[in-house]
Design a protein around this ligand. Structure first.
Ligand code: ADP
Length: 623
């Protein structure tokens, strides 16, 4: 085996170079995290060696007792060194792992940081910049490594100033594992101090499960026991918060956490956090972070699909199981009863945490809802088994909430009018459309609260729920208006009279609107508008129609006219008006417009309207 002394130069993959640039310039206010990131990589490398030993006995017996992470410093040379005796890397692995960023969503993430958001660099931490954090404080980084199982001559040295290129050399290295030497930038001398380094480790890496030593002293600076294995009574909120931050890279405290050690048919520990801010990739198909699965404290994999249901995908943390094999794979997880059991208990505990927050700390819960409400809602149709609990956690904007999403279904029910037996809602493309909708007129007049739903997913939420505490959910834009026991006798009589008074006009309008309106009828729904469009009972509501069909109209649009409106009254009196066809179309088209949908022929609408205006100014009367 010949020793290659030559150096080879490589360019960073473009995205890696961009991340490096952002790092060095944006993360400075949290510069200590460089150590946290390197120590955590070392700890992972030690875990990975332990796992690999199961399938490759040639790597030797587990010497877990000796595994360690050392942090050294040299005042004269101006360097900090982090070394471990973990799995190390081969030459190819160095190129693959350190020269590229393979994470999904990297480019989306970078794009999202352009413009104003570029300043929101707190997100960078969440993205898990890891190794590159070294360049926050270092002007040059030298990484020397040898993969466990490879001969001493196959060590690799990687050197870079983080500015676009790195070099690789093959070197001899007696020990397996990785050593990283940071040549500090001018001005970072204060880091070259044992006390300072110890306090950074204590603060950010206390719960790393391996002993971390500083300088010549061989006693571990950290607790060296995984945080979640320690009794709750020993842990303060601040311990949890620091752990959360090191785990996720988030710089803000989480809103809450669940820590539970469960023993019984299955033994496992859960430590799950609800962040206070949505990660940048909450809506991407494959989020970068999820819940970390450990088996007997050894980190196995990070999961974004199996350990928790999708509607809880914002949760971060760890699940540590004593029942799974150490070589567990994603495939094995799919069919694991232990995992089913753990998931069920995690969901229950998380929903309880949210309920307690909603009841006890409504302000905090409002923050939660702003960040994650749209995701949690998916649980209504994704997880029928917990529908009731999730329904209790929903918050809505309503005609009484002043634009804020703060009305719970329980609030709604307690504010119901005497005789009201339904929960009314309106689906609309936006809150301003919803608030201006003619469908709300009669409800406003009767002071009945209506939930205003503008999220496309809301349609599935109301269909999934169907009812809450025995009260049916009812769209105010679908079917005949239904005030149930609230409609008084006088109203019912007036409605019947209007039906017969208007029978002829309705027949004529129907003829003129043949092919457009599926039906025309008189309504008590309106107080100020002359007409509106509603969907047929049996049909899906507007929002779905809007997405299925370009026009945004239901398949069977019904034109409802308001007998109390002067225009409608006049049409009824002057049914022989030669312009009745124009009136019919104008009424219909304006009703379509106020529903938030598009009209088919805007040109025809405008010319009809203008003709009518001219005829009126000419003195022609509609009756
Ligand atoms: P992450 O740790 O989030 O994957 P990093 O940039 O920190 O991202 O590291 C990239 C990869 O480089 C790691 O996934 C790992 O494969 C490898 N790596 C980094 N540090 C070490 C180390 N000390 N020992 C072995 N491999 C390492």
């Amino acid at each position: 085996m010949s020793l290659q002394a030559e150096e080879e130069t490589f360019r960073f993959q473009a995205e890696a170079a961009q991340i490096l640039d952002l790092m060095a310039n944006s993360l400075y206010s949290n510069k200590e995290i460089f150590l946290r990131e390197l120590v955590s990589n070392s700890s992972d490398a030690i875990d990975r060696l332990r796992i690999e030993r199961f399938s490759r006995p040639e790597l030797g017996e587990d010497d877990g007792g000796e595994s360690r992470i050392r942090v050294g410093f040299d005042k004269d040379a101006g360097t900090i060194t982090v070394s471990d005796n973990g799995i190390g890397m081969s030459r190819d692995e160095v190129i693959e792992n350190i020269g590229t960023i393979a994470k999904s969503g990297t480019s989306e993430f970078l794009r999202s940081l352009t413009g104003d958001q570029r300043r929101d660099t707190a997100l960078i931490g969440q993205f898990g910049v890891g190794f590159y954090a070294a360049f926050i404080v270092a002007e040059r980084v030298v990484l020397t490594t040898r993969r466990a199982g490879l001969p001493a001559e196959e060590g690799v040295r990687w050197t870079s100033d983080g500015k676009g290129e790195y070099t690789l050399e093959t070197v001899e290295r007696a020990e397996r594992g990785t050593t990283i030497v940071l040549h500090l930038r001018d001005g970072e001398e204060e880091l070259l101090n044992e006390h300072r380094l110890r306090s950074i480790i204590k603060r950010y890496s206390d719960h790393i499960a391996r002993p971390i030593t500083v300088g010549e002293d061989d006693t571990a600076v950290n607790q060296a026991s995984a945080l979640w294995t320690r009794p709750k009574s020993e842990l303060k909120d601040s311990d949890y918060h620091e752990y959360y931050k090191q785990l996720t890279g988030d710089f803000t405290d989480p809103l809450g956490h669940v820590h539970a050690k469960v023993e019984g048919r299955y033994d496992y520990t859960l430590l799950l956090f609800v962040p206070s801010r949505a990660p940048y990739d909450l809506w991407m198909p494959e989020p970068a972070q999820g819940v970390r699965l450990h088996v007997q404290r050894v980190f196995i994999l990070e999961d974004t699909g199996r350990l928790l249901p999708r509607y809880l995908r914002f949760v971060r943390g760890i699940i540590d199981s004593a029942d799974l094999p150490l070589n567990v794979s994603r495939e094995i997880l799919q069919g694991s009863q232990a995992i089913d059991h753990i998931q069920a208990s995690a969901v229950k505990k998380l929903l309880k945490l949210l309920k307690d927050m909603a009841d006890g700390e409504p302000e905090k819960y409002a923050e939660f809802w702003t960040q994650f409400g749209a995701v949690l809602k998916e649980g209504v149709f994704d997880d029928p088994a917990h529908r009731e609990e999730i329904a209790g956690l929903l918050r809505f904007t309503s005609t009484r909430s002043g634009g804020e999403a703060r009305v719970s279904l329980a609030d709604y029910v307690s504010g119901m009018k005497d005789g009201q037996d339904k929960i009314y809602y309106l689906l609309a493309p936006g809150l301003s459309d919803a608030a201006a909708s003619p469908h709300l007129e009669a409800f406003r007049a009767k002071d009945i609260e209506v939930l205003l739903l503008d999220d496309p997913v809301d349609n599935f939420v109301v269909t999934g729920l169907a009812q809450y505490e025995g009260k049916q959910l009812q769209s105010v834009a679908q079917g005949a208006p239904d005030f149930g026991a609230m409609a008084d006798e006088a109203e019912k009589e007036a409605a019947e009279k209007a039906d017969s008074d208007y029978a002829d006009l309705l027949g004529k309008l129907k003829e003129h609107l043949d092919g457009k309106a599926w039906d025309v009828r008189v309504t008590s729904r309106l107080t100020t508008s002359p007409a509106c469009i509603v969907a047929n009972e049996a049909e899906t509501d507007f929002t779905v129609a809007r997405r299925l069909r370009g026009s945004g109209l239901p398949a069977q649009p019904i034109l409802e006219i308001n007998p109390g409106h002067p225009l409608v009254e006049r049409l009824n009196r002057g049914q022989d008006d030669p312009r009745l066809a124009d009136w019919a179309h104008v009424l219909y088209d304006q009703a379509v417009l106020t529903s938030g949908a598009r009209i088919e022929e805007p040109g025809a609408f405008v010319s009809r309207l203008n003709d009518l205006l001219v005829s009126l100014t000419d003195g022609e009367q509609p009756a």
